[in-house]
Ligand binder design. Structure first.
Ligand SMILES: [Zn+2]
Length: 233
């Protein structure tokens, strides 16, 4: 692709095998993953998903993730844009990692304060599980968050100045708005499903995001269909 993207991000579930129940298979998948992506000539950003540390993460699964893929949450500047990468599993189930979850929350509060103070031209959060799929008022389902935590977090993000959230987990495309803050859900490059949630779908692909001064533009491309040259007009 010309110009080359600044980076590639996988919005969680880097591997499919769960660490606690399928550690051997996960080891093999990790080798494959690193083998495939070692050929990449742009940075690869890894977001931590439920398959990566388990639906009920433990100190062990998080430590293993960190030694294999680096930090499970972090932030950085790129081209005048500020990115915050959270570990959304702490909001799903932190029953066995209360201390780590509290550290994450303190860090996130500091990050949001920083965004409020610095007012970057864009502030973008990357996370695995989306707060919602299509509508901030939708009912709870297996793919989003409980309404109480969802509402608290969306307001927190919004008040800090976040206007863009990119997520995965849903195995199909989705997205919607909380006020003028856009949440985008991107389908998987691997297994996808139709809207009924059970029928397989073959639209494996990825999303190309163009960051312009005053807005972000994004399009989903099925594998093999993305343009090889990106124009800025
Ligand atoms: Zn997931």
């Amino acid at each position: 692709m010309t110009p080359k993207p600044k980076f590639l991000v996988i919005c969680g579930d880097l591997l499919e095998a769960f660490p606690e129940t399928e550690p051997k298979l996960r080891e093999k998948q990790e080798k494959d993953f690193k083998n495939v992506f070692s050929a990449l000539d742009i940075p690869l950003l890894c977001v931590c998903g439920n398959h990566d540390i388990g639906n009920t993460p433990t100190e062990d699964t998080i430590a293993t993730y960190r030694s294999s893929f680096g930090d499970d949450y972090f932030s950085f500047w790129c081209g005048g844009v500020y990115f915050i990468v959270i570990n959304s599993q702490f909001y799903e189930n932190d029953s066995k990692v209360k201390q780590l979850s509290a550290e994450h929350e303190t860090w996130l509060e500091q990050q949001l304060e920083y965004v409020k103070r610095e007012q970057p031209k864009h502030s973008i959060v990357l996370q695995h599980i989306p707060w919602f799929q299509n509508n901030p008022d939708e009912p709870k389902n297996p793919w989003n968050f409980e309404k109480d935590i969802r509402t608290v977090m969306l307001k927190k993000y919004y008040d800090a100045g976040i206007r863009h959230i990119y997520c995965g987990h849903y195995h199909r495309n989705g997205g919607g708005f909380y006020k003028d803050m856009e949440l985008v859900v991107t389908a998987a490059v691997e297994v996808n499903v139709q809207n009924d949630g059970t029928t397989p779908s073959n639209d494996h692909g990825y999303r190309v995001v163009k960051v312009l001064d005053n807005k972000l533009e994004h399009s989903y491309y099925e594998l093999g269909t993305a343009p090889s040259s990106i124009s800025w007009n």
